[in-house]
Each structure stands twice: as C-alpha cells, then as structure tokens.
Design a protein around this ligand. Structure first.
Ligand SMILES: Cc1cc2nc3c(=O)[nH]c(=O)nc-3n(C[C@H](O)[C@H](O)[C@H](O)COP(=O)(O)OP(=O)(O)OC[C@H]3O[C@@H](n4cnc5c(N)ncnc54)[C@H](O)[C@@H]3O)c2cc1C
Length: 466
C-alpha cells in the first residue's frame, strides 16, 4: 500500500504536474492571490475572465493542487458549509440562507459547465449525493433532518427519502436502513480538477508561481523570500494552512481528513454493489465517512481518523497513521462486504479549514485591498467555486446577487489557545466515536440512548451543525 505521496489522485493523473517557476523577484500586479487551491485558482480564473487587462498572480507555496484541493473526496456537493441559524443572523435573514443554498446548488452545475467549456477531464458525473443510515439512531437523525427540510419548503427535488429497497437499487450498503438522496452533487477526480482550473486560468493570462511561500500579507503587499509582490488587492486563499501566517494562528483550525482507495474491484463485486450512478455517498454517523466510486473502478473512502495535530501543525506529504488506515478499511469492509478482499492501494490525508463557528466566509475590505475566503468545514469543492466568483465581484467593486450572500463578510471568533484547542477537538471526536459505538444495534437500549445523548452534547459544545 502506498501511503502519503500527497494523494492517490495525483498518481491517477499520471504523476505530479511539471513544476511552474518560482517568483523571479519583486513584482507589481493588480491582484496577488496567495494559495493555489480551488479558492485561489477559481478566483483568478473568474477575475481574468471578467477583466482580461488585470495582471493577476497566484503565489503558491508548493504546487497548484498541493493542498486539500488535490487530496479531497471529490464530492462537488451543495451542502451548506456551516449552520443555517448562524448565516440567518446576517441582514438577509432566512431568505439569505435560502439564496446561499440555491447558489450552492447552481454551483454544482457551474463547475460542470466550466469543466466542459475548458475541456477539464476530471471524471465529473452529476449523480447526486446519498446519505445512508446504518443504525436506528442514524435513521431517526435522518428523519428529524428530513422533517426540518420539509418544514422549510424543500421537496423531493432537493432531498428525497429512499427506503432500504430503493437505496439498494442504487447502492448496496450492508445493513443500510434507508437513504436520503440529494440530486445537487457531482463526483470528480479532485487533482485533475485542480490541474484543469490552473491551466484554464493560465490560458486567461494568470501567472502562477510555484514553490513560492508567502511569509506575510499586509495591505498592498505579499512578502516572499524572492521579493515582495505589490498589488492593490491581496487575497488570502490558504484554508487549512492559514494558521502558519503571522497573526492568524487561531483563525482557522487545520482539521485532518484521511482517505483510502482500493485496488479496482472485480466486475462481480461491482455487480453486487451497484453504484452505477456514481453518487457521492456518506453515512449519518457523528464521525461520518464519505466515499465515491472512482472512474477507474475503485472505492475511495474517507473519514476523520486523528482529527487534529497539536499547535495547528499540518502534514507535508499526507502520510497517514496505520490505525486510521485500519479504521477506514474496517468501515469499507463492513459497508461493502463485496469489496472485503480488495487490497487497499493507497492512503493519505490532508487538512481542511474549520472556523470556530463552523461557518465559511468570503471577505473583502475595499480600503485595505485585503480579502480572504475559506473555512468550508469539509464542503469546499463546490463552495470554493462560489467563493471565487464572489471574491472576483468584490475585488471589482461590482455588487451582484453573490456579494449579497450571508457568508460575505461573515466573521467567526478565534479558536482557543493551546492546549485547550487540542484537548477540545480530541475530546469532541472521542465523544463522537463513543457515541457512534454506543449507537450500534448490538448495544443495549440504554447504551443506544446514552450514545444519542452524547452525540447531541458533542454538537451543542462544538457548534457543529447537523
Ligand atoms: C482528505 C480531504 C477530503 C475532503 N473531501 C471533500 C469533499 O469530498 N468535498 C468537499 O466539498 N470538500 C472536501 N474537502 C475539503 C476541500 O477539499 C477544501 O475545503 C478545499 O479544497 C479548499 O480549497 P482551498 O483552495 O481553499 O484550500 P487548499 O486546496 O488547501 O489550497 C490552499 C493552498 O494554499 C497554499 N498555501 C498555504 N499557505 C501558503 C503561503 N503562506 N504561501 C503560499 N501558498 C500557501 C497551499 O500550499 C495550498 O496549495 C476535503 C478535504 C480533505 C483534506
């Protein structure tokens, strides 16, 4: 089994892309974007499309797609990155939240549209999203969630309840009791998407400098060891890596997510599992799993594992620990017995950015020219596209329906200092793992009730929206 090497997705892409040059020296630009993940690249792509005359540079510490954008589960999902209640406190109220949800659904199509228009070959399939309940507790959470969805007026076109039989006709998940289907979700090969957006931005005249870490950001300047880049607008698009920048240690918590991918499954295994629609798939556990059927016939599956490293440290090459690989493999084999004999080909991990209130932001300060976007809490693939389009409008000072969305200018309080930060996150995920174990059908009725209560306590303490 390969471990690390950034991710399987780069291997599937035929290896790492040829490196672009580093910043040659001090430079003047109109817009300097720090970070070459989806957020930075989409922002550059749309800005260059709107205003081809602007000089736009992307400064990337490693290479375009090195971060979460080249490592993720490949879910282009319309899920709200954060809690409806928090976003509803913005001036737009509940209507604003509805507008953000609708914009995220449209974003799934926008990503597909650009992939087609720019010939980005990233296995984009809009097969929808499936959430499965594998215990009675998960089922009751799913029903509660569905009742709230219906109460706010969303019908089957947004979320459809599937009985166990209906679910099985799509994907055969062992022991699944029911499913929830959301059509607004697509599957992609994440690294191929990142590489494709980078190339499309370059075709529009954007200059990407790699191996160019930015050491500090101030109004009008991004500082690097190669020299300063002076620009009217400087945009920070560093999501899970933000804590390393001066003054931002407690802004976004770098949450680890870990993935495994199997060898290609046999035709007989796929006949047993189904999954012909390539839906993205998750369960309703507190420490949930997420998965996709890859274009090359594998299952890629992820989850939290070790959730956080002390002091907001981040991995480099994505090597993941054996106990996490074993835990994810056990989830895979329990849910898909037909894949039980498949070898695990590759495991890796990466970091995503989590704000203290779990709500993402797209912010631009016209006076200082500083802007930033991120904190998508694991739902960043579609959200980064919407954030990029929004940042482009904000930088150009052109009000639009996007700049009125409630995450624009959203502020979250800072994370606690260490060791409280480490203890809080590890404590929370221990509670979630215990809650999931107690909710298992083999546990006693009182154990199940305790598990459900622990899960609710965890949500209340963390503020994690469900
Ligand atoms: C394992 C995993 C699975 C995930 N699965 C999903 C999923 O299925 N669906 C979903 O919606 N979301 C998922 N996410 C989250 C999603 O991938 C991210 O939210 C999204 O990719 C963030 O994009 P970004 O451009 O903001 O950040 P990143 O892709 O992390 O890019 C940030 C870039 O900034 C660069 N950088 C950092 N600091 C500096 C600096 N000082 N100077 C210059 N460059 C710098 C980094 O090298 C990096 O390339 C997952 C994340 C992980 C880790």
């Amino acid at each position: 089994m390969r471990n690390g090497e950034i991710s399987y997705w780069w291997r599937a892409s035929g290896g790492f892309p040829p490196r672009r040059p580093s910043l040659p020296g001090p430079l003047e630009a109109d817009v300097a974007i720090v970070g070459g993940g989806y957020t930075g690249l989409w922002t550059a792509y749309y800005l260059a499309g709107l205003r081809p005359e602007l000089k736009i540079v992307v400064l990337e510490a490693a290479f375009a797609g090195y971060g979460a954008s080249g490592r993720n589960g490949g879910w282009v999902t319309a899920e709200l990155p954060g809690s409806r209640a928090s976003y509803a406190r913005a001036p737009g109220g509940v209507a604003g939240v509805r507008a953000l949800e609708a914009a995220l659904r449209e974003t799934v199509d926008e990503v597909g549209r650009v992939c087609a228009a720019e010939s980005i070959d990233c296995d984009f399939v809009k097969g929808g999203r499936l959430s499965v309940a594998t215990t009675p507790s998960q089922l009751s959470r799913m029903r509660e969630g569905l009742a709230a969805i219906r109460e706010r007026g969303d019908g089957n076109d947004v979320y459809e309840f599937l009985s166990a039989d209906e679910l099985r006709s799509r994907v055969n998940v062992a022991g699944a009791l029911a499913g929830l289907y959301a059509p607004a979700s697509a599957r992609v090969q994440p690294a191929a998407l990142a590489a494709g957006i980078a190339a499309a931005a370059e075709r529009r005249g954007v200059q990407i400098y790699e191996a160019t870490p930015v050491s500090a950001i101030d109004p009008g300047v991004a500082r690097t060891k190669f020299g300063d880049v002076r620009a009217r607008s400087v945009l920070r698009c560093t999501e899970g890596y933000t804590a390393a920048l001066p003054g931002l240690r407690r802004a976004l918590l770098p949450m680890n997510s870990h993935m495994i991918v199997t060898e290609p499954l046999s035709p007989a295994a796929w006949k047993e599992i189904g999954w012909d629609g390539c839906e993205t798939l998750a369960d309703e556990a507190h420490a949930y799993m997420y998965a996709q059927r890859t274009a090359d016939g594998r299952i890629a599956l992820g989850g939290r594992g070790v959730p956080y490293r002390y002091g907001s440290a981040v991995d480099h090459l994505g090597e993941t620990d054996p106990s996490t690989v074993a835990a994810l493999t056990a989830v895979l084999r329990t849910m898909f017995p037909a894949a039980a004999s498949a070898e695990i080909a590759h495991a890796w991990c990466g970091v995503l950015g989590v704000p203290r209130d779990w709500c993402a932001t797209v912010t631009y300060q016209p006076d200082s020219g500083l802007g930033w976007a991120g904190g998508y809490t694991g739902h960043g693939v579609a959200a980064a596209n919407l954030a990029g389009r929004t940042l482009a409008d904000l930088v150009l000072g052109q009000p639009s329906p996007l700049t009125a969305l409630p995450w624009v200018g959203h502020r979250s309080r800072a994370w606690e200092p260490e060791p409280a930060r480490w203890a809080g996150v590890h404590g929370l995920y221990s509670v979630y793992r215990l809650a999931d174990r107690l909710e298992s059908p083999t546990d006693s009725r009182s154990g199940v009730r305790l598990g459900e209560a622990l899960g609710r306590v965890g949500d209340a303490i963390s503020g994690i929206p469900h």
